[in-house]
Design a protein around this ligand. Structure first.
Ligand SMILES: [Zn+2]
Length: 376
């Protein structure tokens, strides 16, 4: 990955480049930014830049042997660590480390380094497993970093989402963080510093990566040839998350946009996540009234399809793959007692919005009512 492949984040790129050129590079840095901001792509581009044999002032060359190995994620001096779940006992159980997922990791990263944790989870398991960096990972990291660097230059350990480090793993890593092997640079890539142990935080130099602005996301989508109106809708919805923007922009399924929103919405209704409901209603409010109504029609249909799924089975329910996967669990919350009320509530909201009611209020109000129906 080169810096030029990263959307926006000009200032973050410059700060990284300066720290390196001025010899102020700490041996442990943390790129702290929200999901989809490009913090992992920045880590990749930075490591590639430092390894590049023909780098210029602003970017790696992209063509030297080192850059080519980076592009295929095969550079011997770049090591990755990331959350995973322990394999069953028969397959090594608690000795599981990220090496057991190396090929899945490479495939997911080659697809897009903008991915979020949920995408990573679904690429290694279809179940709702708890991901973490469990204790065997610490030994695995220390062992890999003890190897001599291949080209005599820097070795990198890019640790994605240190907020998933278990306490024993974090404690085991402290010594290595404090006294790293020669020419070793740790790059932590985090989206939530509040969940990281203070002992780790105090040992890294943090660079805050801001959320992408709407202008940057819109511009990026337009440059990819996405139609202006579609780009506008996606930009409003994704709130600076470039990964989600890509998902929606390049989906071949026209329902994908709605189905992603519906899934998120049902989750926040179920948990009654007030903050999320408010910001979701705000975002929906920015869409045109026609789009809001279309979404509600879609939601109505999803409730119906889940009821069908429950009473008549998979073959009769009309769902795409994403909807099916979500409904495997979600359909348990739709039954003949609440389905009718849910459909009524959604229809009422539809007619309110059709009649020019203030949609922000209608949608947040609807969300709380849906919550009680799902929990009934
Ligand atoms: Zn190069």
């Amino acid at each position: 990955m080169q810096f030029k492949d990263i959307i926006g984040q000009h200032e973050s790129k410059m700060r990284l480049l300066h720290s390196f050129k001025e010899g102020r590079l700490a041996h442990a840095i943390m790129l702290l930014g929200p999901e989809g901001s490009g913090n992992l792509p920045l880590a990749l581009a930075f490591a590639q830049y430092i390894h590049c044999a023909q780098r210029n002032e602003e970017d790696s060359c992209g063509v030297c042997p080192s850059c080519k190995r980076h592009a295929s994620l095969q550079h011997p001096d770049i090591h990755f660590s990331f959350p995973f779940f322990n394999k069953p006992k028969a397959e090594g159980g608690d000795k599981t480390n990220s090496g057991n997922y190396a090929s899945e990791w490479r495939a997911a990263l080659l697809e897009t380094p903008y991915m979020g944790i949920e995408h990573w989870r679904t690429s290694i398991t279809k179940e709702n497993k708890v991901l973490q960096l469990s204790v065997a990972e610490a030994d695995f990291i220390v062992k890999r970093l003890s190897l001599k660097s291949h080209d005599g230059g820097y070795k990198f350990l890019i640790l994605w989402l240190p907020e998933y480090l278990s306490v024993p793993t974090a404690n085991k890593l402290l010594k290595t963080l404090e006294e790293p092997p020669e020419n070793t640079i740790f790059i932590f890539v985090s989206s939530n510093s509040e969940r990281i142990l203070s002992t780790i935080l105090s040992r890294v130099q943090t660079l805050v990566i801001p959320k992408l602005s709407d202008d940057t996301v819109r511009e990026g989508l337009l440059q990819q040839g996405v139609a202006a109106q579609v780009a506008e809708g996606i930009t409003h919805y994704v709130d600076g998350n470039w990964w989600r923007a890509q998902l929606l922009a390049h989906s071949e399924d026209p329902n994908m946009f709605f189905s992603t929103q519906f899934i998120d919405w049902m989750r926040m209704c179920y948990t009654k996540d007030v903050a999320k409901i408010v910001s979701w209603s705000d975002e929906m409010h920015k869409l045109s009234r026609e789009d809001q109504k279309e979404f509600l029609m879609y939601a109505l249909d999803q409730v119906r399809q889940n009821l069908i799924l429950n009473y008549a089975g998979k073959s009769l329910a009309r769902m795409n793959a994403q909807e099916q996967q979500f409904s495997e669990k979600f359909s348990a919350f739709i039954n003949d007692r609440n389905a009718e009320s849910l459909m009524e509530l959604i229809s009422d909201a539809f007619y309110d919005i059709n009649g020019n009611a203030y949609s922000k209020m209608v949608l947040s109000d609807l969300s709380f009512k849906v919550h009680y129906q799902l929990r009934s």
